[in-house]
Ligand binder design. Structure first.
Ligand code: PSV
Ligand code: MN
Length: 388
């Protein structure tokens, strides 16, 4: 077990990336519920993200989604981030909200549509150049709804062709991560449905390509920690999109639905060296706050991830190994549960105080008056939301 100060030092180094879209209006396909004070542009989204970093000290990077975060001058956006103590994180591509993509984007049967989609992906690398972002995150909504609709294998060829072109465009110090998702919006087959498909493609591409595990993108009951352990071992775990789910891709707050699952995942990350800075595993949130207040929900999510990591760092690795070697099934389980059952909130509060932060981030945010200020100031204009 790491001693208290080692655990705190490792927690202090943990950085959780925020999605710009968590701060905009969102909803289900039934209704988007607007909230007062929601940002009207990417600059205001960064200002809200800065609040999360201010009260947690753990969220210095923000992931952008293009075109939702399209601006005239990306250098100016990066400067704005820097003035708020933030950096631009991953650039997320979006090839799922254009009329042309009804039958897919990079896997579309029409080469014209494929070229348009590829152009967008390459434009996203330009945004990386302009903002100093080091990673491109690719998720494709491509797939089919009916058997026979298109040639599944040919679509894999088209996918790989586009991925190769993007890979070749990456500059020094840039990488790409490929996200998989079981289903939705396609319902019969999806072109990157699982980690195996993402792994196979990124393996062929080379070491600048790896896999994103979005915790909400699996069939119920999937052992996500196994996937994490496997990918880490192969040095192909590039990033997490953290969120939680009860049913499908619910995008609820990380750690809310199943804190034990989050702990088990993070335990495998820690075990496999994924918390080390050179492992290059990004911990991103990918969440939407449809009915709850957004900024405190993001703060709470960061805290949930910190708690899971703290517990994982408290696992007595030597005792665990001894029990495993001895075939002591119950002993090994007990070591894991001892860590999971530890109340790590006092440890994290102590760490925050040492960092000059308030020990209770949500309460500190609420007392700051930021919410009242944005509700009063952000009037007029169009609030950011899905598709904007
Ligand atoms: C797809 O469901 C996804 O998880 C991808 O990461 C997208 O970029 C993101 O959601 C958009 O919210
Ligand atoms: Mn995602």
């Amino acid at each position: 077990m790491g001693d208290r100060s080692t655990v705190k030092a490792r927690l202090a180094a943990l950085q959780i990336e925020l999605p710009s879209w968590a701060f905009g209006n969102s909803g289900t396909r039934f209704r988007v519920f607007p909230q007062p004070g929601v940002p009207r542009d990417p600059f205001e989204k960064l200002a809200d993200a800065a609040q999360v970093h201010r009260y947690t000290g753990a969220a210095p990077t923000v992931s952008l989604h293009i075109p939702w975060d399209r601006v005239e001058d990306y250098g100016k956006l990066a400067d704005h981030a820097a003035s708020l103590g933030l950096r631009i994180g991953m650039i997320n591509s979006n090839t799922f909200q254009d009329e042309d993509y009804k039958l897919g984007s990079v896997c579309h049967p029409d080469p014209k549509v494929r070229r348009k989609a590829l152009r967008h992906l390459l434009d996203c690398v330009d945004v990386m150049d302009a903002t100093g972002s080091s990673a491109l995150k690719l998720w494709f909504a491509d797939g089919t709804n009916y058997p026979g609709q298109d040639d599944i294998a040919a679509r894999q060829d088209r996918l790989f062709e586009a991925l190769t072109a993007v890979y070749e465009r990456l500059g020094d110090g840039q990488r790409m991560v490929l996200e998989y998702k079981l289903f939705e919006p396609a319902f019969y087959h999806t072109d990157v449905p699982d980690w195996g498909t993402a792994y196979a493609h990124t393996l062929k591409l080379g070491e600048k390509a790896s896999v994103v595990v979005d915790t909400g993108h699996h069939a119920p009951g999937t052992n996500i920690e196994f996937i994490v352990a496997f990918l880490l071992r192969e040095r192909k775990l590039g990033a997490f999109d953290l969120n939680s789910r009860f049913y499908a891709d619910d995008d609820l707050m990380a750690g809310a639905a199943d804190p034990f699952q989050l702990f088990r995942i993070v335990h495998e990350v820690a075990r496999g060296g994924g918390l080390e800075p050179d492992a290059n595993v990004a911990f991103m949130l990918d969440q939407c706050h449809n009915i709850e207040e957004k900024i405190p929900a993001v703060i709470r999510s960061v805290m949930n991830v910190q708690e899971a990591v703290a517990k994982a760092l408290l696992v007595d690795v030597d005792a665990l190994q001894t029990a495993q070697q001895a075939g002591d099934v119950l002993g090994a389980y007990e070591v894991l549960m001892d860590a999971y059952d530890t109340d790590v909130r006092p440890l994290l509060a102590e760490l925050r105080e040492e960092q000059g932060l308030d020990p209770a981030p949500v309460a500190a945010y609420r007392a700051s008056g930021w919410r009242e200020q944005i509700v009063e100031q952000r009037v007029g204009g169009t609030q950011a939301g899905w598709g904007a």
